[in-house]
Design a protein around this ligand. Structure first.
Ligand code: SF4
Length: 75
């Protein structure tokens, strides 16, 4: 596992799995950070501490998730 930089550790993506309605918008917006389970399409968090280059996509996913299941916590 690679070491996290300080900037990466300062942000955390939270996925509220029970809220997810498997719409897939997060994967479209940010495929590096989100995937979907094969069996039911529920989202999977691939990267809890994404790098700065991925944050625009994560913010878009937060904004468009129809279930409001994603949060980006910036410390
Ligand atoms: S956009 Fe929201 S509801 Fe849709 S798959 Fe992602 S987390 Fe689930």
């Amino acid at each position: 596992m690679r070491a996290e930089t300080e900037a990466e550790a300062a942000v955390e993506v939270e996925l509220d799995v029970p809220k997810c309605v498997a719409s897939g918008q997060c994967v479209m917006a940010s495929p590096e950070v989100f995937d979907q389970r094969d069996e039911d399409g529920v989202a999977i968090l691939l990267e809890r501490h994404p790098g700065a280059d991925l944050l625009d996509g994560v913010r878009e996913a937060v904004a468009i998730c129809p279930a409001a299941a994603i949060r980006l916590v910036e410390r």
